[in-house]
Design a protein around this ligand. Structure first.
Ligand code: SAM
Length: 309
């Protein structure tokens, strides 16, 4: 796919490059913030599953206002993948479902709780919906467990969720900790994707709840208990679309020159992937060392010519 054809495909992808965001996901957080005022009074944040870092960029720009030395603000970003540095953001590399990573995050918040925890975590989707939804739910629960250790009472938790058939269980689990839970679909999130975001406000753990590193939320007996809820015991979570309706629709194709009379200018991606698996192959190709594909028929006729000669 050529450079401009990819740009034509997605207006948010293009806008992200123009505005210097590392990924189009930045607009999802910005649009959720438009409706929820997420950043008001917020000084300490955890960004889970943060690579390549566009949410961390949004947090740094909104909370620090460009002042990297603002010591009042703390942003801790975590991902399985390495992330290029962002001024003013503490970066950790690790798996959020692992106890050691959770402990490392928590160690940054001893004596000072976070006001906001965000998680845009997604597994590498397999296309098998049940499996993808299950893994996504486990990521969300791991994020929620870390949240119970670091979030201050009254704080906010925002996380990606896949709206699959068993999502009721997750709503119920979230409602144990947050009296206000809503589902949001930002305009920059494609309609074709089952992703949405839960916005959980006013963190209020149950009386006597002691955060536990062995993650009781991943205990499967909860599954049967909560999935069988019926009638008034079944939580109905409000669903809302967010993002200004005059904004761009992520499922539409737009002309390259968005403003009349202005020529289209190609912008390269703000942040290229770090150590992608194909890096070695690219390097070999540059130096013409990549193994050439050999046609077996040609090879055998060449070798028989040689033996004749
Ligand atoms: N919010 C990011 C941004 O704006 O740049 C994009 C996040 S991307 C959609 C999902 C990320 O989840 C990937 O970078 C992936 O490495 C991360 N992830 C998936 N499973 C994880 C896990 N178990 N622990 C930590 N990160 C994980």
């Amino acid at each position: 796919m050529g450079k401009s054809s990819k740009d034509k495909r997605d207006v948010y992808y293009r806008l992200a490059k123009e505005e210097g965001w590392r990924a189009r996901s930045a607009f999802k957080l910005l649009q959720i913030n438009e409706d929820f005022n997420l950043f008001e009074g917020v000084k300490k944040v955890v960004d889970l599953c943060a690579a390549p870092g566009s949410w961390s960029q949004v947090l740094a720009r909104k909370l620090r206002g460009g002042d990297v030395k603002n010591d009042d603000v703390k942003i801790v970003a975590v991902d399985l993948q390495a992330m290029a540095p962002i001024p003013g953001v503490i970066q950790l590399q690790g798996d959020i479902t692992k106890k050691s990573t959770a402990q490392e995050i928590i160690s940054h918040f001893e004596g000072e709780k976070a006001d906001l925890v965000v998680c845009d975590g997604a597994p590498d989707v397999t296309g098998l919906h049940d499996i993808d939804e299950y893994i996504q739910a486990q990521l969300l629960l791991a994020a929620l467990n870390i949240t119970t250790h670091v979030l201050r009472t009254g704080g906010t938790f925002v996380a990606k969720i896949f709206r699959g058939k068993d999502v009721t269980l997750l709503y119920s689990q979230l409602r144990i900790f947050f009296p206000l839970v809503a589902i949001f679909k930002p305009r920059s999130s494609r309609n074709s994707s089952i992703e949405a975001f839960v916005v959980c406000q006013n963190y209020s753990p149950p009386a006597g709840y002691i955060p536990n590193m062995s993650n009781p939320l991943l205990d499967h007996k909860y599954d049967t208990d909560y999935n069988n809820l019926e009638g008034p015991n079944r939580v109905i979570v409000p669903f809302l679309a967010c993002g200004d309706l005059s904004g761009f629709d992520s499922d539409r194709t737009y002309p390259l020159n968005l403003e009349d009379g202005k020529d289209y200018v190609y912008h390269p991606p703000t942040q290229g992937p770090i150590k992608p698996p194909y890096e070695e192959a690219c390097q070999l190709r540059k130096t013409d060392q990549l193994a050439k594909v050999v046609d077996p028929k040609k090879a055998s006729s060449e070798s028989s010519d040689k033996s004749k000669g």
